[in-house]
Design a protein around this ligand. Structure first.
Ligand SMILES: Cc1cc2nc3c(=O)[nH]c(=O)nc-3n(C[C@H](O)[C@H](O)[C@H](O)COP(=O)(O)O)c2cc1C
Length: 194
């Protein structure tokens, strides 16, 4: 075994979906940032948590308004993910820079990203400082997903959900050709593969 240190420790828990989080300031001006530190935390009521660096501009906004939207996106958003994860809304308009279009959310002011595969509109219920990040625990007010892309699982589909392996390394969540072949072989031999 080798010792894992620093930022690589978080990467041990990858891959995980990468999302675009939209939020807005108290005047309603929106911002968007890339986030991979998301997790479900309760079924009833449905709640999730996201971890946002305390120095991010979005941190200020989410803390002030208590609202954000998790936009789950496909591989066609990779360049937007990179742009929104490497520039700050404090100094530029990332929607413009990344070529992102927005549509109104159902229940809150932060907009949705047009063309995303799924949306979770979230209201912050509590927050906790954890080292250099804040964990925002939020109630999911509305959750919607593309019928074609999500059938209880994310389907193999042209707009596959983008996964983050390391900060600048991405992948898809559909099974690899190799694992499909493994399943076919196992099924031929009548073995359980799950
Ligand atoms: C792939 C990727 C994943 C990221 N995940 C997170 C995350 O989970 N939490 C976080 O606070 N920042 C994360 N970031 C960094 C922010 O997206 C980045 O600091 C962004 O510029 C903040 O924008 P803002 O200043 O407009 O809020 C990630 C960046 C990338 C490229």
């Amino acid at each position: 075994m080798k010792q894992i240190t620093d930022r690589d420790i978080a990467a041990l828990l990858n891959p995980r979906p990468v999302a675009l989080i939209t939020c807005c300031d108290e005047q309603g001006k929106p911002n968007v940032l890339t986030v991979t530190w998301t997790m479900p935390v309760s079924h009833r009521p449905p709640m999730i948590a996201i971890s946002v660096g305390t120095r991010r501009y979005s941190h200020q906004l989410i803390q002030a308004t208590g609202e954000f939207v998790v936009n789950i996106v496909g591989q066609n958003f990779q360049s937007a993910i990179e742009i929104c994860g490497n520039s700050s809304g404090a100094v530029c308009d990332k929607f413009l820079r990344a070529g992102l279009h927005t549509v109104n959310s159902r229940t809150m002011r932060p907009p949705r990203i047009a063309g995303a595969l799924g949306y979770l509109e979230c209201c912050v219920a509590s927050s906790q400082e954890v080292g250099d990040h804040t964990l925002f625990v939020a109630t999911v007010e509305v959750a919607e997903a593309s019928e074609k892309a999500f059938t209880g699982v994310w389907e193999t589909y042209a707009g596959d959900v983008l996964l983050c392996r390391q900060r600048e390394l991405f992948g898809m969540c559909h099974p690899s050709e190799e694992s499909l072949e493994q399943r076919r072989r196992a099924q031929n031999f009548g073995q359980r593969v799950d």
